[in-house]
Write a protein of this length. Structure first.
Length: 346
C-alpha cells in the first residue's frame, strides 16, 4: 500500500514538474509570438512608409524638374527673342539699303538715258550741256559700300550653348552644403521636402523604428558624413529657444539616451544660455552677450577642429579633438516656434 502511495506521489510530482516546464515553454512561446507580431507590425508600417516615401520623392523630383524645365523654357524664349530682334534689325537695314540702292539705280538709269540722248543732240546743244552732264555723271554718286556685320551673329547665339545655358541656370539654383536625412529623424521632428530645414512638433508621427532613427532625443543627422577636408554650413535659428547642433561620429549610439554616450561635439542653447559639450560631459555656459540668429559650423577634419562662428565672424567656441572616424552633421530641436534652417550658399 505504501509503495502504491509513493508511486502516486511521484507521478503527481512528475506531472506538476512537466506542467511547469510546459507553462514556461508556453510563456516563452507567447513572448516570442508577441515579439514576432510586434516586428511584423513594424515591417507592415515600414512597407507603407517605403511606398509613401517613394511617392513623395517622385512628386518632389517631378516638381524640381518642372522648375528646371521652366528655367530652360524661359532661357530658350529669351534667346529666340534676341535672335529674332537681331534678324528684324538686320533685315530692316537690308530693306533700307535695298531701297536706297533702287533709288540710285533709277537715278543712274536716268542719267545714262539722258547722256545717250545728249550724244545724239546737235553740236550746239551738245556743247552747251556737256560740262554739266560730265559733272553730274562723275560726282553725283559714290560707289556702294558693303555693310559691316550685316549677317546674323551665329556664334553669339550658338557658341557653347549648353554650357552657357547651364552657367546661367546656376545663378537661379541654390546649393545647400548640408542636407538632412529624414530616415534618422526622431518622430517629433518634421524634415522639409527639400531636406534643408527641420521643425519640432508636439504630435509624434508614426514612423518605422529603423536602426538609423533616433528614438529618445529629438534630433536628426545630415545626409552626408565627412572623413577629410574642411567643411562649413550656416544655420539660421532666429527666435528658437531650445536647439543643439554639431557633429556626431558614425559609430555613435542612436537609440536611447545618446547624451550619456560618447560621440557628440555640439553647441546648445536653452534657457537663454549657450553651452558647449562633448558627450557625456557638458561644459559651463559661454559668455555670449547677444542672442544669435545665425551661426556657422566649421569643421577642419585633419586638424580636429570644430568651430562655431557668429554672423560677425567672431568665434563663439572651438573644440579641438582628433577625429578617428567619419562624422555627420547633427541637429537637435525642442522648440516649435519655427524651423531650424540650413542656409544655401552661392
Amino acid at each position: 500500500m505504501m509503495r502504491k502511495l509513493n508511486l502516486e506521489r511521484f507521478k503527481d510530482e512528475a506531472l506538476t514538474d512537466n506542467r511547469g516546464k510546459l507553462q514556461d515553454l508556453l510563456n516563452h512561446l507567447q513572448e516570442k509570438l508577441t515579439r514576432f507580431e510586434d516586428f511584423k507590425l513594424n515591417l507592415d508600417q515600414t512597407a507603407k512608409h517605403i511606398k509613401a516615401q517613394a511617392e513623395g520623392t517622385e512628386r518632389q523630383i517631378k516638381e524640381e524638374f518642372q522648375k528646371l524645365h521652366q528655367l530652360l523654357h524661359d532661357e530658350e524664349a529669351t534667346r529666340i527673342t534676341a535672335l529674332r530682334e537681331e534678324e528684324e534689325q538686320k533685315s530692316q537695314r537690308m530693306i533700307d539699303k535695298i531701297e536706297e540702292m533702287s533709288k540710285q539705280i533709277v537715278y543712274l538709269t536716268r542719267a545714262i538715258r539722258d547722256t545717250e540722248e545728249q550724244m545724239k543732240a546737235e553740236d550746239t546743244a551738245f556743247l552747251q550741256d556737256i560740262k554739266s552732264t560730265l559733272k553730274r555723271g562723275q560726282y553725283g554718286l559714290s560707289d556702294p559700300e558693303n555693310i559691316p556685320e550685316m549677317l546674323i551673329n551665329v556664334p553669339q547665339h550658338l557658341s557653347n550653348l549648353k554650357f552657357t545655358v547651364l552657367q546661367k541656370i546656376q545663378e537661379h539654383v541654390e546649393y545647400t552644403p548640408v542636407t538632412l536625412d529624414p530616415n534618422t529623424a526622431h518622430c517629433n521632428l518634421i524634415v522639409s521636402d527639400d531636406l534643408t530645414s527641420v521643425r519640432f512638433s508636439d504630435e509624434a508621427k508614426l514612423l518605422p523604428d529603423n536602426l538609423e532613427r533616433f528614438d529618445c532625443w529629438e534630433c536628426v543627422l545630415g545626409s552626408e558624413g565627412f572623413d577629410s577636408g574642411i567643411h562649413c554650413w550656416d544655420i539660421e535659428v532666429k527666435d528658437l529657444t531650445n536647439w543643439t547642433f554639431g557633429v556626431m561620429t558614425e559609430s555613435a549610439q542612436r537609440k536611447g539616451d545618446i547624451l550619456t554616450k560618447k560621440g557628440l561635439w555640439v553647441l546648445g542653447y536653452a534657457s537663454g544660455e549657450y553651452y558647449p559639450f562633448i558627450t557625456p560631459e557638458q561644459s559651463p555656459p559661454l559668455s555670449v552677450k547677444k542672442t544669435l540668429q545665425k551661426i556657422r559650423v566649421q569643421l577642419n577634419y585633419e586638424k580636429g577642429k570644430l568651430s562655431f562662428i557668429d554672423d560677425k565672424n567672431t568665434y563663439i567656441h572651438t573644440f579641438t579633438q582628433k577625429f578617428k572616424e567619419r562624422v555627420y552633421p547633427w541637429f537637435g530641436l525642442r522648440c516649435g516656434i519655427g524651423p531650424l534652417v540650413i542656409l544655401p550658399v552661392n
